[in-house]
Design a protein around this ligand. Structure first.
Ligand code: DX5
Ligand code: ZN
Length: 227
C-alpha cells in the first residue's frame, strides 16, 4: 500500500538565483523529495533546467530528486537527468509513442520510472504499463507554468488511477502536480493521491517553507483514506 503522504516542492517557484540554498531550505522544512520541472520550450511553452544545473544542486541536499520531463524527446534526455542525480524520472504519456520501451529503459538506468498524465489524458492510457512504474503523476493543471488554478475536474481520474493501482497490487505512488495548496491537498488526498507537488504554496507561503510543508501534510493526512 502507498506510504504516508509525501510533499515534493517544485523548484519552479523557488528563487532561481539560489537553487542550491533553496534545496537546503526545503530539506530543513521537512519536505520528502525535490521536484525539478524540466521544460524544453517545445512540449510546453516554458524553458527551464538543464541537467548540469540539477547536478550542481545535488550536493546541497540528501533529499531524493525527481525530474518531471516535459520534453518532446524524453528517451534522449532521461539518461542525462539520471546522471545528474535524479532517482525518479517522470515521462509524459503524450510524448512517448513507445511508452513501454521508454519506461523499461528508465528502469535499466537504475532510476524509478514514473508516468505522467495531462489533464485531457484518460487513466486508461497507463493501464498497460502499471507493471513497469513506481509512480503515476496525474497533472492537476496544464503543464508549463506554476501558479495556476487546481483543476477539480481531474479528481475522478485520481480516484480511477488509485483503483487501478490497488487492483494491480504493486506499491505505486500516486502523485498530483499543479495548483496544490492546503485545500487542494485535502481534496487530492481524499481522491487517492499520496505524493503532492507544490511550488507556489511552498515558496509563496507567508510563514515560509516549513509552515507550508506542515500545512500541506496536515491537510492531506487528515483527508487521506489511507492515513
Ligand atoms: C507545471 C509543473 C508544476 C508546477 C507546480 O508544469 O509541472 O510542478 O510547477 O507549481 P504550482 O504548485 O505553483 O502550481
Ligand atoms: Zn511538475
Amino acid at each position: 500500500m502507498a506510504g504516508p503522504v509525501e510533499i515534493a516542492p517544485s523548484m519552479l517557484a523557488a528563487d532561481a538565483s539560489e537553487l542550491g540554498l533553496e534545496c537546503r531550505a526545503v530539506e530543513a522544512a521537512g519536505a520528502d523529495r525535490v521536484h525539478w520541472d524540466v521544460m524544453d520550450g517545445v512540449f510546453v511553452p516554458n524553458l527551464t533546467y538543464g541537467p548540469d544545473l540539477v547536478a550542481a544542486c545535488r550536493p546541497h541536499t540528501d533529499l531524493p530528486f525527481e525530474a518531471h520531463l516535459m520534453v518532446v524527446d524524453p528517451d534522449r534526455l532521461a539518461p542525462r537527468y539520471a546522471e545528474a542525480g535524479c532517482g525518479t524520472l517522470l515521462i509524459h504519456v503524450e510524448t512517448c509513442p513507445h511508452l513501454h520501451r521508454s519506461l523499461a529503459a528508465i528502469r535499466n538506468l537504475g532510476a524509478r520510472p514514473g508516468v505522467v498524465l495531462n489533464p485531457h489524458t484518460p487513466a486508461s492510457a497507463v493501464s498497460e504499463v502499471l507493471d513497469l512504474v513506481d509512480e503515476v503523476l496525474v497533472m492537476t493543471v496544464n503543464p508549463g507554468f506554476g501558479g495556476q488554478r487546481y483543476l477539480e475536474s481531474v479528481e475522478p481520474k485520481i480516484s480511477e488511477v488509485r483503483r487501478m493501482i490497488s487492483e494491480c497490487g504493486r506499491d505505486i505512488d500516486l502523485e498530483v502536480d499543479g495548483g496544490i495548496d492546503a485545500a487542494a491537498a485535502a481534496r487530492a488526498a481524499a481522491a487517492g493521491a499520496n505524493v503532492l507537488v507544490a511550488g507556489s504554496a511552498v515558496f509563496g507561503h507567508p510563514g515560509g517553507p516549513g509552515r507550508a510543508v506542515a500545512d500541506l501534510r496536515a491537510a492531506a493526512s487528515s483527508a487521506s483514506p489511507r492515513a
